[in-house]
Design a protein around this ligand. Structure first.
Ligand code: NAP
Length: 285
């Protein structure tokens, strides 16, 4: 990526809402650390504004984008080309302007897998449950299947969305149900992933007693990158927990590499993300 003038190129985060995002707080330091003349901006975008946003990308107003809640599946359908992994997930979280074409990729898959690299978890013969069936759940499902998970249940408020993921992935290890059936479907599960948007609203995605019926060695993973009732309840039940910060930084690093062709300064990104999270916690955000 070479800026045509002294004006910084713009890379945007497209979503609704986006104001809470940590991404600018670690993407901008990464661009600055490598002296890349890019400004990473928030682009609050409603569903009806998505086509206009895609046109702005095609017109070169932005050099690339991240995509977040709730647009990952809608944007997938608006790409000229997508990576194999985005095709498999049916969701896009990173857009690169390639000539006048929009290329979509899904770095959530890499982010989720990388976040588990340092954790002692055997995927084979294990049962995982994903709560939620939006764009993020798609990436998590692909990552778990590729890692060799024994079986995977996707529970969602809107069951048809979970069924849609199962249809896209077409894998005999996947089953789906309503989140209302969590008490039955989570019995003995080895991993429970909260991929709903509820972490931002201080609500629990399942009844508190669900944590007690998981395997005692289970991991409770919340994609939200702050302390949530889900994580608090899981710890109270004696479970190991993982929050979404490592996934966020790893997906962002892979996006950075797609936009720039340069190796992401992972340490810079990680330190900046942690610092911003601490600052928010101190402010009570
Ligand atoms: P999305 O496509 O909008 O999907 C939202 C999901 O949350 C759907 O399953 C939705 O269920 C469920 N949900 C929303 N409100 C609910 C409610 N009141 N009760 C029950 N379920 C509800 O969003 P997304 O892109 O998948 O993102 C989901 C979460 O993952 C967000 O918190 C996002 O910040 C997080 N995330 C984190 C990372 C990371 O790197 N750490 C990466 C990606 C996403 P319905 O289908 O029934 O509406």
């Amino acid at each position: 990526m070479t800026p045509p003038s002294n004006e910084p190129q713009r890379i945007v985060l497209i979503g609704d809402p986006v104001a809470h995002s940590l991404s600018p707080h670690f993407q901008q330091p990464a661009f600055d650390a490598l002296n890349i003349n890019v400004r990473y901006e928030l682009a609050q975008t409603s569903t009806s504004e998505l086509p206009r946003r895609m046109q702005q990308l095609r017109d070169g107003l932005f050099a690339g984008a991240n995509v977040t809640i709730p647009h990952k599946e809608a944007v997938f359908a608006m790409m000229d080309r997508v990576s194999l992994i985005a095709q498999r997930a049916g969701a896009v979280n990173t857009i690169v302007l390639d000539g006048d074409e929009l290329f979509g990729d899904n770095t959530d898959v890499h982010g989720f897998s990388s976040s588990l690299d340092d954790i002692d978890f055997t995927f084979e013969s294990q049962h995982a449950v994903i709560l939620g069936a939006g764009g993020a759940a798609r990436g998590v499902a692909v990552a778990l299947l590729e890692a060799g998970i024994g079986s995977l249940t996707i529970l969602n408020r809107t069951v048809s969305r979970a069924e849609s993921i199962a249809a896209t992935l077409d894998d005999a290890r996947i089953s789906t149900a309503s989140v209302d059936d969590a008490r039955q479907k989570c019995i003995g599960a080895h991993m429970l992933v909260n991929a709903t948007a509820l972490g931002w609203h201080d609500d629990l995605p399942v009844d508190r007693d669900v944590f007690a019926i998981l395997s005692p060695n289970a991991i409770a993973y919340d994609l939200t990158y702050r302390e949530t009732p889900f994580l608090t309840a899981a710890r109270a039940a004696g479970l190991a927990t993982v929050d979404g910060l490592a996934m966020l930084v790893h997906q962002g690093a892979r996006s950075f590499e797609l936009w720039t062709g340069r190796q992401a300064p992972l340490d810079v990104m990680w330190q900046a993300a942690v610092a911003e999270r601490v600052a928010r916690s101190d402010r009570g955000d």
